[in-house]
Design a protein around this ligand. Sequence first.
Ligand code: IMP
Length: 429
Amino acid sequence: MGKITGEYLTFNDVVIVPGYSRVEPSNVDITGKASKRVILPIPMLSSPMDTVTEHRMAIILARFGALGVIHRNMSIDEQVEEVWRVKKANPSLWAELPRVDSPEALEDLLLRLEELGSQAAIVFHGGAPVGVYLALGADPDYWAGKANALVTLLSSVNPAPVTDELGRLMVGAAISPFDHERAVRLEKAGADLLVVDVAHLHNENAVTALKKLSSKISVDLVAGNIGTREAALDLLSRIENIAGLRVGISSGSICSTGEVAGAAVPTLQAVLNTVEALKELGLHGKVPVIADGGIRTPGDAAKAIIAGASSVMVGRFLAGSEEAPGAKVRVGGKVYKAYRGMGSRGARERRYALDRYSKPSKAIEEGVEGLVPYTGSALVKIMEMATGLQAALGYAGASSIEEAWAKGRLARITPIGSREVSPHDVLLG
Ligand code: IMP
C-alpha cells in the first residue's frame, strides 16, 4: 500500500531570512555553474524549448555571461546548425549595442552602424556612459530599454561573455538519452554542454540508455529532470561522468503534469532533495544543481540558490523576449509572444519532441500553449535577473553563491502570509 511521505515546499512557501551583510548588493558576486566546467558570471540558463532557445537567444545570453540551451524539437542537422551559428557569432557584448568612446567618434560609428546590425549605440565619455545614440527610425522603446539595461548591468555586474578555449561563445544543447547520434554530432559541432531533456529521467530504460550515451561523449553532461534524493543517488552511482543535475518536476509555468498525472517535485523541494544526496556523497558544489521550472523572479532564483542550487533554468522568464523564436502577436492593442510546453499538443506535433512526453504508453499532453507579454530585448531580463539576484543574496547576508549556501536561511511562511509579502491592497496599474 502506498503511503504519505513528507511534505513538499514551493517557492511561495518560504521567504529569505535577512542576514548581516558586509557588502553592498552591487558587489555581490553571483558567479555560478551550469556544470563542472561551465562557469557562468550570471547563473541563468534558458530552457531548451522551441519558443525560448535557438541561436539568437543563446548568443545574447552568452555575450552577457549566461547560457542558452538549444532545444531539440528539430532534426539533428538543424540543431547542429543552431550550435554553429552561436559558435560563429561575434563574442563581444558590444556586438549587441556598439559603444563609442567619445562623442567625436560618433560620426565614424554612424557609417558602420548598419554593418554592425544595430540601430543604436551607447556613447561613453571619460569611461562613463553619457548617452544613447538612436538612428533615425529606430524603435525607441526597444533600443532605449536595451541601452538602459546594459548601462545598469555595467554599473553593477560587470558582465563578460562566456567563451570556450577558442574564444567562441559557449552554448548548450538538449539531447535525449536514446538519441546517441544527436549527442555525438552536437559535441562535434562544438556544443559545450549536453543537457538531457526528459520529464522523468529516473526510469530504468532511460538511465541505461544514458549510461551508454555517456561513454560516447567527453563534453559536460547534465542529467535530468529528477526531483528525489533516490534519483540523484542512483544516477550518480550508475553513471560516472555526470557533470550537473537538472532538477524540478512539474513546476514549469506551462506544465500540466501535476494536473493530469498528479506527480510533482516542486523545484525548491527538488533542489533540497538532490542537495541532500550530493552532501551524502561529498559532491555538493562539485556536481552543480540547476533549478528548473517555476522561477518567476530573481527572488525565486535566490531561494533555489540558498537551498543549494548553482544556477537556475528559466523558460517563461525569457519567453517574451525579442530573441525568443517566434513572431510577436498583437491582441487588443497589447503585444505578446507565444510560449508553449514541450509536451503540449503543438510542440508534440513537431515530430522530434516525440520521445520526451509521448511514448506510446504516454499519449497524454503534459503541457499547455499560451501567450506571454512581449518584454523587448532579452538584455532587459538578463539585467533584471542579475541585479535582482545581487539584491536577494545581499538580503541573505551573502557575498557569493558559496556563502549563500553556508549562511543563507529560508523560513516557512503561512499561505495567508505569503499574500502579505507580495504587493497588495492597491490597484495595480
Ligand atoms: P518555466 O520557467 O516556469 O516556464 O519552466 C520551464 C521548464 O518547464 C522547462 O525548463 C522544462 O523543465 C519544463 N517544461 C517544458 N515543457 C514542459 C511541458 O510541456 N510539460 C512539463 N514541463 C515542461
